[in-house]
Design a protein around this ligand. Sequence first.
Ligand code: HEC
Length: 147
Amino acid sequence: MLRTNLNSAGPKTMKHQIVGGLAALPILAMLGTSAAFADSAGVNFSEGRTFSEQSGEELYTHVCAACHMGNGQGAIGAGHYPALANNENLLSAGYPTYIVLHGQKGMPPFGDMMSDDQVAAVVNYVRTHFGNDYQDAATAQDVKDSR
Ligand code: HEC
């Protein structure tokens, strides 16, 4: 069951998009437009290189849930996606903020695709949902300082 979910909605889809992006590189290099390069090489989850979603819930659903699953329960299948539900590693807002910005191993970095407000929103969302109850919200300034 989990395997099916992962295969249809998860990292495989992303991999295809990345591979597609790389295949297009020579053409883009010929065009010589660095903006097109950045857009194409970026991971396209929703609307291009930057996300239009503003609320933590929307960002979570459209970006994070592909790997961490709808209820933050994570998954083990094609890869290991840690649960965010009941996760004591979220105690300090700085840790998830840093990981969302810079990525870590199998987790892609989102710093270039989200504004400070968006990162704060999604970090605050996961820290107050899925059994987590950390009320000391991260601010946009905290995110900026962590970039
Ligand atoms: C492409 C899959 C993928 C996506 C999308 C993704 N993550 Fe992750 N995430 C991972 C993986 C894999 C790890 C484990 C990284 C490691 O091994 O250190 C991880 C780790 C984490 C951790 C650390 C958990 C811990 O206990 O140490 C947090 C927090 C996290 N992700 C939050 C998010 C948030 C918030 C989003 C959405 C903005 C997101 N992730 C999107 C794959 C993903």
